[in-house]
Design a protein around this ligand. Structure first.
Ligand code: SF4
Ligand code: SF4
Ligand code: SF4
Length: 404
């Protein structure tokens, strides 16, 4: 049988199995503590209680690792020593040119992501809960009672509960959202959100293990955009029909456990496995369907951070599009604008991760700006330092698949 057909059948079987697992997870909890415990304060870090609270997270990691290993094994069996089908819709080529570490925007992004993650999970213990009137619009689970700030995701998915609160709470919520939207926009996704960080860690793990990733074509990105609309309707509306988004939110399966709260896993545990496995093979896969990211993206026109393109410098090589985890084609195709040296190519989907700028081999063709000032721009020298082969005479067109 044709290998493409086998792959499609296996994919369908996998999808049906996942749906069945998700359906039954509601009745048979993925993991349940015998003595269901919900403390006011998380267990002391590295204590026995904390380790036992971490158990569900450990199970999630283990199941994710098994899923990844099975997928890799399956590919090996299907393709043996044949060349893998590399292309926009297939499996991406392994990056044989080692990326060299160059201090810059990416390093800063990782430092901010790690600090934000630590602050949003454990910050309340260090600095108290005085900032809980701040509802940061990222997935920072409110079941972690030791949080530094409150989670914007909670009230967006429980608008009924928000409207039942007093006007101060409503004002604090929308006030924080507007300030965050103007000052940071989707920088919150690229730099702050814990769920985004965990997907980036999964992606880096794949790079370290030299496992081929999966790239999506435009049709698949279009499907994800449709799924995102469905997610948005569920996210905003579920509270009004008596549901609770937190029951299947992946962040709820991890954040409280890390903070030392004993919580059982249900459907959200399965979904977290899907988020990690999909994020491992396709960078920021969940972010492509994330309803909170969608809401933040609506404000991209008023945000002070922008992605700008100089169409004169751009040679249309497409490296930026290949590298973009959100599949934004306009960064590569856009050539129209009042000033073609400063075309605003920020879209509602852009998480300002800077990956396109890093992969762009043309000086100043792409840049991230804050209040109109360039804070990061494409630089040929940096690009060569990071990706060019050590042998400076080796041919390098810049169009090789650099496995995003
Ligand atoms: S898109 Fe959603 S999950 Fe991804 S970083 Fe933004 S808020 Fe977090
Ligand atoms: S990577 Fe740079 S030069 Fe290539 S298409 Fe994108 S913006 Fe243009
Ligand atoms: S357009 Fe660039 S900055 Fe925006 S998400 Fe894509 S790679 Fe990241």
């Amino acid at each position: 049988m044709n290998k493409k057909v086998i792959r499609k059948i296996l994919f369908a079987v996998f999808a049906v199995a996942l749906c069945a697992a998700a359906y039954f997870a509601a009745d048979i909890p993925f993991f349940q503590f015998d003595d269901y415990e919900y403390q006011d304060k998380g267990a002391a870090l590295f204590s026995t209680q904390w380790l036992s609270a971490m158990l569900p997270f450990g199970i999630i990691l283990l199941v994710s690792a098994v899923c990844i290993a099975l997928d890799v094994l399956l590919r090996k069996l299907l393709y043996k020593k044949e060349k893998l089908p590399v292309g926009k819709t297939g499996i991406m080529a392994r990056d044989k040119r080692k990326k060299r570490l160059v201090f810059g925007f990416e390093t800063v992004r990782w430092i901010v992501m790690i600090l934000s993650f630590a602050l949003l999970i454990f910050g309340g213990r260090l600095f108290g809960t005085a900032f809980t009137n701040v509802h940061l619009p990222v997935f920072a689970c409110p079941y972690n009672l030791d949080q530094l700030t409150n989670a914007g995701c909670f009230y967006f998915s429980h608008l009924d509960a928000l409207f039942a609160e007093g006007w101060q709470e409503i004002l604090a919520f929308f006030g924080t959202f507007i300030v965050c939207a103007v000052l940071l926009g989707r920088v919150l996704c690229g730099f702050v959100c814990p769920l985004g960080f965990m997907q980036d860690v999964a992606h880096e793990a794949r790079q370290v293990l030299h496992i081929e990733g999966i790239s999506l074509n435009e049709k698949l990105y279009a499907v994800l955009r449709l799924v995102k609309w469905v997610m948005l309707i569920i996210f905003l509306g579920i509270g009004f029909v008596g549901g609770n988004f937190c029951d299947f939110c992946p962040a709820a399966a991890v954040s409280p456990a890390l903070a030392g709260f004993k919580l059982s896993l249900g459907l959200n545990g399965f979904i977290m496995v899907i988020v990690l496995v999909s994020g491992f093979f396709k960078r920021r896969c969940f972010c492509n369907i994330c309803p909170l990211g969608f809401i933040l993206g609506l404000t991209h026109r008023i945000s002070l951070f922008k992605l700008k393109k100089n169409a004169v410098a751009c040679t249309e090589c497409g490296a930026c599009y290949e590298a973009c985890p959100m599949g934004i084609k306009s960064i590569f195709t856009e050539r129209e604008g009042k000033d073609i040296r400063k075309i605003d190519v920020t879209t509602s989907e852009c998480i300002l991760c800077g990956e396109c700028v890093r992969r762009c081999p043309e000086n100043n063709a792409l840049a991230i700006t804050f209040c109109g000032k360039k804070i990061y721009n494409a630089d040929r020298m940096k690009f060569m330092k990071q990706y060019a082969p050590k042998d400076k005479y080796a041919p390098f067109s810049g169009k090789e698949d650099l496995d995003g």
